[in-house]
Design a protein around this ligand. Structure first.
Ligand SMILES: [Fe+2]
Length: 388
């Protein structure tokens, strides 16, 4: 999505004859497009029909169960408290969700040959721990710690890991696309000089040879909380070439170039992506504010119409005590939050932070699930008490 990309073989003119080496049989052209035919798209050329399927069945995979009696409260979750087993699809546990956003954690400890397609949501996959390759019909996206992979809605993909000992993913689903904020681009769509990243910081898919096997290929389709398995007869990665703007892309959090102010700058300077219903931000190491009397810790704030979710990756997060790598905090909109007692004073005179964190701010209320309930640390809401 950040820019036009092409891989492999393409015919000189789209929607015209494009023959295989035998000179008589055609490659199959597939347009993968958003917003009907009006949004970004890619044109993909397959060896065989991309939708030949011989069977389907309903799958009963665990879906999120809402914590219906959840109080309105500041919450702190230890996302490593209960590690569920599973592959890159079945290990996911949703912690918070609303109609436009689902936030899940996956401790992946099983390899899998399955193919997966989320037909209702784009996916943002944060690699907290682990390394491997995401394969799709667009090629391969190698990944390692700190990588953030955006997978467009409808992409068929699978994930392969180097070592399953310690794989942890944070997955955010969105019913609309993850977009580069408009104000980061100039009128021609190029990343502006003031943006916190540029085109070179993004990694599009790399070329892989088309796989021409035939057989039975299980493809799991996720539509909200319902799962259906299609049995494909052509290997889904039989693509000889493609071009366009729609494809999985990777951006590592260490490539986010932070902005620093004379006095405290609010979270919009940490903005990574926008969707129609939430934003994703990256907090990274940076020098603190340079006014001689600056208070680097944030002031108390009440975001009256946004829920805030922070996932802590590494370092000492400046405004929160008690959080560690793997902590997730949830601050519902409409109630005030800010630094715990002592954190404001402690921040004065500090010159830099080494924190890494991921933030999701939603414009509609999030609903906690029983997975969040089961991993809660009981006393977080008391952490603003003077003597605690
Ligand atoms: Fe906040």
């Amino acid at each position: 999505m950040p820019f036009y990309h092409k891989l492999g073989e393409l015919p000189p003119v789209k929607h015209t004859t494009f023959y295989k080496p035998d000179g008589t049989s055609l490659y199959r052209e597939e347009l993968v497009s958003s917003k009907g035919f009006s949004g970004i798209y890619s044109t993909v050329y397959h060896h065989e029909l991309p939708n030949s399927m011989k069977a389907y069945k309903d799958l009963k995979l665990a879906s999120a169960e809402l914590w219906t009696e959840a109080p309105t409260l500041y919450m702190h979750s230890d996302t490593d408290k209960h590690k569920e087993s599973g592959n890159f699809v079945t290990a996911r546990r949703t912690y918070l969700e609303n109609a436009g956003c689902k936030i899940s954690i996956a401790h992946v400890d099983e390899d899998s040959e399955i193919f997966y397609r989320n037909v209702r949501a784009a996916e943002f996959i944060f690699i907290h721990h682990g390394a491997g390759v995401l394969y799709s019909q667009f090629g391969k996206n190698p990944f390692g710690p700190g990588d953030q992979i955006v997978v467009p809605r409808g992409t068929i993909y699978r994930m392969s890991f180097e070592d399953l000992d310690q794989v942890k993913l944070v997955i955010v689903e969105s019913d609309t696309a993850f977009e580069i904020p408009k104000h980061y681009k100039n009128d021609n769509g190029q990343m502006a000089e003031h943006a916190p990243y540029c085109e070179r910081d993004f990694r599009p898919p790399e070329y892989t040879e088309p796989i021409l096997e035939k057989g039975e290929y299980p493809l799991i389709l996720k539509a909200d909380d319902r799962y259906t398995e299609h049995t494909l007869v052509n290997h889904p990665f039989d693509v000889v070439g493609w071009d366009g703007y729609l494809y999985p892309f990777t951006f590592n959090i260490k490539n986010f170039h932070p902005k620093v102010g004379r006095i405290h700058l609010p979270p919009p300077v940490h903005l990574l992506y926008t969707t129609a219903s939430f934003v994703v931000c990256n907090f990274v190491p940076r020098p603190f504010d340079f006014h001689e009397k600056a208070i680097p810790a944030p002031y108390f704030h009440n975001n009256i119409d946004s829920d805030e979710v922070l996932y802590y990756l590494d370092g000492d997060f400046m405004s929160r005590k008690g959080v560690v790598s793997g902590s997730l905090t949830f601050h519902p909109g409409g109630i005030t939050h800010g630094p715990q007692p002592g954190r404001t004073e402690d921040s004065i005179g500090v010159e830099k932070t080494e924190e890494y964190a991921l933030m999701i701010d939603t414009f509609s209320p999030l609903k906690p699930t029983t997975a969040l309930q089961a991993s809660l640390l009981d006393d977080y809401y008391r952490s603003w008490m003077p003597n605690d």
